[in-house]
Ligand binder design. Structure first.
Ligand SMILES: [Zn+2]
Length: 353
């Protein structure tokens, strides 16, 4: 049988790409879901607030992913996205100090940061938003509202609350992005994002802890269900290839994703809806606690032009790398290649959570 030179070139190129990019997957409450969360939260706001937020809905949605971009550019950011509650013991989620000062007194700041500080820092972002609303600084209000939406999203993801955050301790590598990215990406067009009106939250710090506790309680079922499914599924049908960022990328197959989704019985949709509702609740509560100020709109175009940019630092790039589906480590002999560098930073900038 005769194969043309271009056939062999294509084949070798394909093998090369799949060798160095074995399974990069779109990630996170992916960028996609984080944007959707902030977008839909706007529509739960009361008449006094919806005008301001709707005027800037593009900014609020697009910048929902800033905290994930900062993870690799700003020291101290990464730990705001998770809490390895079980690093403190099996039932620690119920006993960890709810207030930062008490937690620091008990565990020390370095140790807290090592295991993630999501519930404390989410509350801190909320407090900053209250202060921004009091000062009437619209740009800061929008920036912090977008950030808060992100952090509230993260505390609704079970695998953001465990040291087994990517199934790496149970042989389920890749489950992080599978749950929070692949499922919403394939199925969220069927979800109902109408979550009703925002409500005032009496005690935001305790409410945040209540949420992350419920989220953490779901960790075991997420891991167990996937493990059961994997045991009954032919290995060669678990994955398929799709084009991402111009690369042929290994992803969980549609059939496998649908089967996991069915086993989870609506969990991903429920968590997305709960997130949207609580984001709206916190924006509204911040405004009430700030004294219900009138929020001055600003030109959307002018604001977007001054959007922040983030440049990943080398020593931060690999923080909790294996939360990702992709094993984005490359053979050392490729290190010097410019191609490698460009591709790596492209993947980091666009796909990381
Ligand atoms: Zn995050």
């Amino acid at each position: 049988m005769y194969f043309s030179t271009s056939f062999w070139k294509c084949t070798l190129w394909f093998l090369f790409l799949t060798l160095i990019f074995p399974n990069v997957e779109t990630l996170a409450w992916g960028f996609y879901a984080h944007k959707k969360i902030n977008y839909h939260a706007v529509f739960s706001l009361p008449p006094e607030l919806i005008g301001f937020y709707k005027a800037h809905i593009h900014y609020i949605s697009e910048n929902a992913v800033n905290p994930d971009k900062r993870r690799y550019a700003v020291k101290g950011e990464a730990e705001k996205h998770f809490l390895d509650a079980d690093a403190y013991g099996d039932s620690a989620i119920y006993t960890l100090p709810r207030y930062w000062e008490e937690a620091v007194a008990q565990y020390g700041e370095d140790s807290l940061r090592a295991h993630g500080i999501a519930p404390w820092s989410t509350y801190s972002t909320y407090l900053q938003l209250v202060r921004a609303m009091q000062s009437g600084d619209s740009k800061t209000i929008l920036r912090l509202s977008a950030d808060l939406g992100h952090y509230v999203g993260d505390i609704h993801v079970p695998l953001h609350t465990t040291k087994n955050y990517n199934g790496q301790l149970t042989g389920q590598y890749g489950i992080h992005a599978f749950w929070e990215s692949r499922i919403p990406e394939l199925l969220s067009s069927e979800y109902d994002f109408f979550v009703g009106k925002a409500a005032f939250v009496e005690k935001p710090q305790l409410a945040i802890w209540e949420i992350i506790t419920r989220t953490h309680e779901a960790v075991d079922s997420v891991l167990q269900l996937e493990s059961q499914l994997a045991a009954s599924w032919p290995e060669q049908k678990k994955y398929s290839y799709e084009e991402r960022n111009g690369l042929n990328t290994r992803v969980h197959s549609k059939a496998y994703t649908m089967a996991f989704h069915a086993m989870l019985n609506g969990q991903v949709e429920r968590q997305l809806r709960n997130t949207i509702k609580f984001v709206a609740d916190l924006w509204y509560t911040a405004w009430i606690n700030a004294g219900q100020p009138i929020l001055p709109k600003i030109g959307e175009k002018e604001f977007m032009e001054k959007n922040e940019e983030f440049f990943p630092l080398d020593d931060l790039k690999h923080i909790r790398e294996h939360e990702d589906q992709g094993k984005k480590t490359f053979p050392p002999f490729f290190n010097h290649l410019k191609f490698w560098e460009e591709r790596t930073s492209k993947v980091f900038n666009e796909n990381r959570i």
